[in-house]
Design a protein around this ligand. Structure first.
Ligand code: UFG
Length: 342
C-alpha cells in the first residue's frame, strides 16, 4: 500500500521539487496550496517529470473550517510536510500581522487536525535564520538560536517552539524541523524551478534574471564584510538535494527511527561561498555576461553563515551531493526555459 503524504505549499519552489522526489520514491502525494505564490501549471510539470499527477486542493490553511473539511475528505494521510508559508523577509517587516497570522495559524490548524485525525508525523520547513549571526562557525544544531531579525524569521522560531511544546504533551506525535540554509537551483529537467513574483529579493534569481536581460545589473550588497573578499557568505544548497532531505526525514518518521519526538537538523552543504564567488562561478559555468556593481550593505543581512551538517549526515544518512557549478547551471537552464532563450 502506498503511503499518502500531505505536502502543503506543494506547488511552490521547494515543495514542487519535494513532491517529485516523494513520488519517485513511491509515496502518494496530495498537495494543498492557495496558489498565492505559485502557479497551477506546476502540477503538469510535476506530472511530466514523475509520470504522476498529484492530488491537489486549493485553499488557505489559515482557514480552520476549510482545513478541517480537507482532513475529513482525506482520511488516509499518514504524514505532513508543511512548506506553505509567507517567506519574503522584507515584506514581513512591512506586514508583520499578515505574516504571524498566516504562518502561525496554518501550522496550528494542521496540528489540531493531526491530533483529531490521529496523524503522527510532520516535517516542518524551518530556516537557518533562527541562528541569526552565529558566534562560532560552522553552525551546529546546538548553536543557540538568536532573536529574529524579521517577523518572517520570528515565525520560523515560534513555529519550532509550537512544535516542541505540542510534541511534549502529544507523545504519539513525531516532528522533524529541517533548518534550510540557502536553497538555489532548479530541477535538471528545467521543468520546475523558482518563480519569484516581481523583482527577486534573493541572489540567484536576481543573477539569472540579469543574465537573461530582465535586469540591468546585479547590485552586490556590501564588500566591506569581514570575509576573504569582503562580500557576505552563505551556504547555498541545491533544491533537489534539499528535496531529498525531506524524503529521508519522512522515512525516518514512518520507520520510527527518531531519537526523540521533536528533532531538528541543519540542511546545507557545509560549505560557505561569498556573493562574489557565486557571481564568478555563474559567469564561468554559463559563459554569460553578468553586469554587477558593489553597493552598500542591505539592512538586516548577516555577514556569514554556513552549516555543520554532521548530524544530518550521521543521523539522517543524508548528504548534499550536487556541486555549486551544476546547481548554478540548473538555475540558468530554468531561467532560459521560462524566458524562451535558446
Ligand atoms: N544579495 C546581493 N544582491 C541581491 C540579492 C542578494 O548581494 O540582489 C546578497 C545578500 O546581501 C546576501 C546574499 O546575497 O549576502 C544572499 O541573499 P539572499 O537574499 O539570496 O538570501 P538570504 O541569506 O538573505 O536569505 C535567505 C532566505 C531567507 C532565510 C535566510 C536565512 O531568503 O528566507 O536565507 O539566512 F531566512
Amino acid at each position: 500500500m502506498q503511503k499518502q503524504i500531505l505536502v502543503t505549499g506543494g506547488t511552490g519552489y521547494i515543495g514542487s521539487h519535494t513532491v517529485v522526489e516523494l513520488q519517485n520514491s513511491g509515496f502518494k502525494v496530495v498537495i494543498v496550496d492557495n496558489l498565492s505564490n505559485s502557479e497551477i501549471s506546476v502540477l503538469s510539470a510535476i506530472e511530466k517529470i514523475s509520470g504522476i499527477r498529484p492530488d491537489f486542493e486549493q485553499f488557505d490553511l489559515s482557514d480552520k473550517t476549510l482545513t478541517d473539511a480537507f482532513f475529513d475528505k482525506y482520511p488516509k494521510i499518514e504524514a505532513i510536510i508543511h512548506f506553505a508559508a509567507f517567506k519574503a523577509v522584507g515584506e514581513s517587516v512591512e506586514k508583520p500581522l499578515e505574516y504571524y497570522r498566516n504562518n502561525l495559524n496554518s501550522l496550528m490548524n494542521l496540528l489540531d487536525n493531526m491530533k483529531r485525525c490521529g496523524i503522527a508525523h510532520m516535517v516542518f520547513s524551518s530556516s537557518c535564520t533562527v541562528y541569526g549571526q552565529p558566534d562560532i562557525l560552522p553552525v551546529t544544531e546546538s548553536t543557540p538560536r538568536k532573536p529574529a531579525e524579521s517577523p518572517y524569521g520570528n515565525t520560523k522560531a515560534i513555529c519550532e517552539d509550537i512544535l516542541r511544546d505540542f510534541c511534549k504533551v502529544n507523545s504519539q506525535t513525531n516532528c522533524i524541523a529541517l533548518r534550510y540554509f540557502n536553497p538555489i537551483g532548479a530541477h535538471p529537467s528545467a521543468l520546475i524551478g523558482e518563480l519569484p513574483l516581481g523583482v527577486p529579493a534573493n541572489l540567484v534569481p536576481f543573477i539569472t534574471q540579469t543574465a537573461a536581460g530582465l535586469r540591468k545589473e546585479l547590485s552586490i550588497f556590501g564588500d566591506d564584510y569581514n570575509t576573504p573578499d569582503g562580500t557576505a557568505i552563505r551556504d547555498y544548497i541545491n533544491v533537489v538535494d534539499l528535496a531529498m532531505a525531506h524524503v529521508v526525514a519522512i522515512n525516518r518518521l514512518l520507520n520510527n527511527n527518531q531519537k526523540n519526538n521533536f528533532e531538528f537538523f541543519n540542511i546545507g552543504t557545509g560549505q560557505g561561498n561569498s556573493v562574489l564567488q557565486l557571481v564568478k562561478t555563474f559567469i564561468q559555468v554559463t559563459g554569460v555576461n553578468l553586469p554587477y556593481k558593489i553597493v552598500g550593505r542591505r539592512a538586516g543581512d548577516i555577514e556569514k553563515t554556513w552549516a555543520d551538517t554532521t548530524l544530518a549526515n550521521s543521523e539522517l544518512g543524508w548528504k548534499a551531493e550536487k556541486t555549486l557549478e551544476e546547481t548554478l547551471l540548473s538555475a540558468w537552464m530554468w531561467e532560459k526555459k521560462i524566458r524562451d532563450i535558446k
